[in-house]
Design a protein around this ligand. Structure first.
Ligand SMILES: *Cc1c(COP(=O)(O)O)cnc(C)c1O
Length: 234
């Protein structure tokens, strides 16, 4: 039997130990999960939830707007979804090209706090993956920083799930170096988002400040939905 509440509390408790006392932000990845499952974790004190699809995230935010939750977009973003993304999310972790930056900035309402942005890096230089090349980080960061409606918070990566832990460790280590390098120019950035259910221990050991965990809390996802889960359409 899958017990998300139990899994969540257990993982939450181990994070500070893994990090040697350093604070680690736990992002619970709620894609394909019901609003009820999210509500359950919220009653246990969880605030940060991650979604892959703009439409699914917007529907859940609306269904749960009696709760004070923080929504993170972690899936690839298309330019025609930027307007909606800037409305429904508090963070966008998947910014990897210039075009998205101006569109998100234009769409973010003045009355709301700036939209938090992470630059997604394709750390393994995989041809099929989203994320920018390492040598584009500085340029993207400068453009984000120049937009008052956006707030640069750091970097995000989804490294190749190598079978060998040593190769995963190398990618996490590389990301940490890129993060520290960026922080020399932007001392206020505070977030290095990397590590998922299979490898968050390793990511924390290599300097992650935020881990994104789905299946280790909610159980394995049966299907990868491309539309909002049924019952999420309000
Ligand atoms: C689905 C997803 C996760 C969570 O993956 P799990 O292996 O279920 O923990 C984290 N980050 C991103 C970008 C994802 O798409």
């Amino acid at each position: 039997m899958i017990e998300p509440g139990h899994n969540f509390l257990k993982i939450k408790e181990t994070l500070p130990h893994l990090a040697g006392g350093r604070n680690i932000d736990l992002l619970t990845v709620s894609k394909t999960q019901s609003s009820d499952a999210i509500r359950c974790l919220a009653t246990l004190g969880q605030r940060h939830f991650g979604e892959n699809y703009v439409q699914e995230g917007c529907a859940k935010r609306a269904a749960l707007n009696d709760l004070d939750l923080t929504w993170h977009l972690i899936g690839p973003l298309q330019s025609n979804k930027c307007r909606e993304a800037a409305k429904c999310f508090d963070w966008v972790q998947s910014v990897d090209r210039l075009k998205l930056i101006s569109l998100l900035a234009q769409a973010r309402e003045d009355a709301r706090p700036p939209l938090n942005i992470l630059v997604q890096v394709n750390v393994g230089n995989e041809a099929t993956k989203s994320g920018c090349a390492a040598d584009q980080i500085e340029n993207l960061a400068a453009h984000i920083n120049a937009q008052p409606r956006l707030r640069l918070r750091g970097l995000m990566a989804i490294p190749t799930p190598w079978a060998e832990p040593e190769r995963r460790r190398e990618d996490f280590h590389r990301m940490h170096t890129l993060f520290e390098k960026l922080r020399c120019g932007y001392p206020d950035i505070d977030t290095l988002s990397m590590g998922m259910s299979d490898d968050y221990e390793l990511a924390i050991a290599e300097g992650a400040t935020m881990v994104r965990i789905g299946s280790a809390i909610f159980g394995t996802r049966a299907v990868r939905s491309s539309t909002p889960a049924s019952g999420e359409s309000t």
